[in-house]
Design a protein around this ligand. Structure first.
Ligand SMILES: Cc1cc2nc3c(=O)[nH]c(=O)nc-3n(C[C@H](O)[C@H](O)[C@H](O)COP(=O)(O)OP(=O)(O)OC[C@H]3O[C@@H](n4cnc5c(N)ncnc54)[C@H](O)[C@@H]3O)c2cc1C
Length: 172
């Protein structure tokens, strides 16, 4: 442990959920650290869709804008991976493995927003096409590939009858 830092909240994961939570906390004058391993679920996709005002934005741009918004309110966002969490009296100890160092921060509260991980079937070539033209979610990807077909969606049903973006995924 090279240094000790204390925050109101440490946010584990800096995808859409973690950054949005951090933004709300930072605007509420909470001291916030976001630690993000940099592998959001939609990273393979070229563009974000069905997000009002940001349709067509590359995911990396969306997250860069989100990080800037959190920082604008004094939040700290850094690249790294949380490798351990422990209760330490009234606080939580958060072990952070960053590329250049490892250290421990403490927080009054944790916001765990580590997303889900897609587990792809072991089909040759499939992983390389994931998010490009092997698509899981008709609602998010319709119009992206020039076809309404997607690899793992059943035939069309009204969107409200099946959850979007949830099949073949495990929470991390
Ligand atoms: C191919 C594809 C295309 C999609 N397209 C769209 C779309 O167009 N529109 C739409 O609305 N939705 C889309 N989605 C769904 C969207 O990606 C998810 O709903 C969204 O990413 C969920 O955000 P999240 O913050 O919960 O998780 P994630 O985006 O997965 O972010 C979690 C973050 O936590 C980090 N993390 C995990 N463990 C740790 C740890 N121990 N320490 C530090 N950091 C950690 C990860 O590296 C990651 O950066 C798509 C999904 C896929 C797979």
């Amino acid at each position: 442990m090279s240094e000790n830092e204390n925050y109101d909240v440490v946010v584990v994961g800096g995808g859409a959920a973690g950054l949005n939570g951090a933004l709300a906390l930072a605007r509420s004058r909470r001291s916030v650290l976001v630690v993000d391993a940099g592998d959001p679920r939609n990273a393979p996709a070229g563009h974000v869709h069905n997000f009002l005002s940001r349709d067509g934005t590359p995911p990396s741009e969306l997250y860069a804008a989100g990080r800037a918004e959190v920082r604008r309110y004094g939040g700290r966002v850094e690249a790294g991976r949380v490798t351990a969490l422990a209760r330490d009296g009234e606080r939580f100890g958060v072990r952070i493995g960053a590329p250049a160092s490892e250290r421990t921060a403490t927080a009054r509260r944790l916001l765990v927003a580590t997303g889900v991980r897609d587990v792809l079937p072991d089909v040759p070539g499939l992983a390389a096409r994931w998010g490009i033209d092997v698509l899981h979610c008709r609602t998010a990807t319709a119009g992206r590939s020039g076809t309404s077909a997607s690899a793992s969606c059943p035939p069309a049903r009204p969107p409200s009858t099946r959850p979007c973006c949830s099949s073949n995924s495990v929470r991390t």
